[in-house]
Design a binder for this molecule. Structure first.
Ligand code: NAP
Ligand code: ZN
Length: 343
């Protein structure tokens, strides 16, 4: 086994702390990665605090990983020592079901294996990117072309792909009016990516102080979330990235004929929706889960080509708890990225 050190939660309430643990020895198809940076996703917070239920402790979170290849197994063909690589939200899937064959491993019929808080095909628990190194099957390792600001590239592995996947699925582009609800990690990537794809983007935010950033990030317009009802039907898509319960009826009312409300935010609590909010304009409501390996590579390449990355505040491991508290208050512009040399 391989010694690793990282940062872990041991229950839902106590501060997280430094943790030494073991990972499997790299096998023939595995890549050993020295982690450089790992982004902090709100999903990490939901799971550390057991808000979705089902957390097994200790948990080492982190699924926005960028690092350097330290070693490759004998059968690894796509990577060599020294390559810059990324790992996202899952590190395994069956590879045989319809979803896996379509490159939609996140929807694997047997269940994709999460990068953390999961059990892999060997029956071992998975531990994520809040750590110094990780061992991953090469099928789930991404090529990172960007060479600079890797702290800002790390969030593309979840916030980037999670917003890219629905934009591509619904073929969002020129001529579409898109609203992004919530300007946090996912929201700011949704604004950047939707505008880079040619859509006209409006930011809906509960924080008036974020108005001045909206335009810089690529939004064409800004409105307060509390005013949503007054906007009337105008958007083709609403990309909802809010992490807590909110008024879906008001949000649906902003969609024009055949508009789609795409749920990305994973509120632990249910929300209600009146049937008439959908019926009157043949509106749809949909959800979307991260993105598959081919489209994760696609968004990394797209961002490298266009010079797009996340806006990050890079922190040391000991600042993680404080970062969680600040994220809950919407006080992050717009993603925390952990410097892995501090674990
Ligand atoms: P985040 O950085 O905390 O951003 C969430 C934003 O939502 C906040 O910045 C805030 O924006 C707004 N917000 C938060 N609480 C609110 C409330 N009570 N009412 C109204 N607005 C509120 O979180 P994130 O990392 O972007 O993640 C967002 C959600 O997506 C989380 O639930 C996460 O688990 C989920 N997620 C889902 C997937 C997926 O595959 N579907 C993948 C990753 C994450 P404003 O200040 O602008 O209002
Ligand atoms: Zn995430």
């Amino acid at each position: 086994m391989l010694d690793a050190k990282g940062w872990a939660a041991f229950d839902a309430r106590s501060p997280m702390k430094s943790h030494r643990f073991q990972r499997r020895d790299p096998g023939a198809r595995d890549v050993l990665i020295d982690i450089l940076f790992c982004g902090i996703c709100h999903s990490d917070l939901h799971q550390v605090r057991n808000e979705w239920a089902g957390t097994t402790y200790p948990i080492v979170p982190g699924h926005e990983i960028v690092g350097r290849v330290a070693q490759v197994g004998a059968e690894v063909s796509r990577f060599k020592k020294g390559d810059t690589v990324g790992v996202g939200c899952f590190v395994g899937s069956c590879g045989r079901c319809d979803a896996c064959k379509r490159g939609l491993e996140q929807y694997c019929e047997k269940g994709a294996i999460g990068t953390y808080n999961a059990v892999d095909e060997r029956g071992e628990r998975t531990y994520g990117g809040y750590s110094d190194r990780i061992v991953v099957d090469e099928k789930f390792v991404l090529n990172v072309a960007a060479k600079e600001r890797l702290d800002a590239v790390a969030p593309l592995l979840c916030a980037g792909i999670t917003t890219w996947s629905p934009l591509r699925h619904w073929k969002v582009g020129k001529g579409h009016k898109v609203a992004v609800l919530g300007l946090g990690g996912l929201g700011h990537m949704a604004v950047k990516l939707a505008s880079a794809l040619g859509a006209e983007v409006t930011l809906l935010s509960s924080s008036p102080s974020k108005k001045k950033d909206a335009q810089r990030l690529g939004a064409h317009d800004f409105a307060a979330t509390s005013e949503a009802k007054k906007l009337g039907p105008r958007f083709d898509f609403v990309i909802d990235t809010v992490s807590a319960p909110h008024d879906l009826n008001a949000l649906a009312s902003t969609l024009r004929l055949d508009g789609t409300l795409v749920m990305l935010g994973a509120s632990p609590e249910a929300m209600s929706l009146h049937p008439f909010a959908l019926i009157m304009k043949r509106r749809s409501i949909a959800g979307s889960l991260v993105g598959g390996i081919p489209e994760t590579q696609e968004v990394l390449d797209f961002c490298a080509e266009k010079g797009i990355a996340a806006d990050v505040e890079t922190i040391a491991a000991r600042e993680i708890d404080r970062a969680y508290d600040r994220m809950l208050k919407g006080d992050v512009r717009y993603r925390f990225s952990i410097d892995a040399s501090t674990f």
